[in-house]
Design a protein. Sequence first.
Length: 277
Amino acid sequence: MAIYAIGDVQGCHAELMALIDKIRFDPATDQLWFVGDLVNRGPRSLETLRTLRDLGASAISVLGNHDLHLLAVAEGISRTKHRDTFGDILAAPDRDELLYWLRQRPLLHHGGEFYLIHAGLPPQWDMNQAAQLAHEAETALRGQDYREMLWHMYGNEPTRWDENLGDWDRLRCITNSFTRLRYCTADGQMEFRQKGKPGTQPAGLVPWFEAPGRRSTGAHIVFGHWSTLGFHVSQGTYCLDTGCLWGGELTALRLDDRLERTTVANLQGQYQRPAHP
């Protein structure tokens, strides 16, 4: 069995199907891992969700920030933004089924020696703690009171993990870490505004995977979310967001001893990277 991790799709369904064909994916024997942000900004979010849902157990995805945004908009908790492109999902006859399926996705998946997340981990967490905290937020998102969770997830505070955080502050911090984190300070304070590639950030900020004393060091962590970073391998972490949506590529990384990378180019020539994606 081969396992392929795939970067942020964001509704780029044509590129996804081309990539699946290129790696000769066999759903009977292989598995696809998606780093989240399945939807939004690209042209075919509805078809993307339907394809992944229909793949059943052969497709595993974690939640990204755009996926959570879709869920919040669907519940009337957040407003659509001018670049949102998931109206096809909201108007679909199978909308409720798709949104329920999406809401059941995890924030962290572990298989073999690899961990799958969307964005990052604060340096205070080891992988056991990360899994436990992911489960806390997943339970809230899957429960009867999930609308309360979606309502309270917005905001940048708190910016530092503390085991004594309670209630919604705790769940917001967990969710922001898994779905929004790129940079933090050397002592572990998270910063959510900077989106540029390393070298463009203000002094005092480092990529989350370079934070001194990071307790998840030694784990193999696959993530996306950071299109300006692109394909990047460092200290046991693998970034697979190669900016397909913005005219780049969609990337698949085979997770075995070969770590073979396969890409397809953007097929939607009209899509270009804005100043702040």
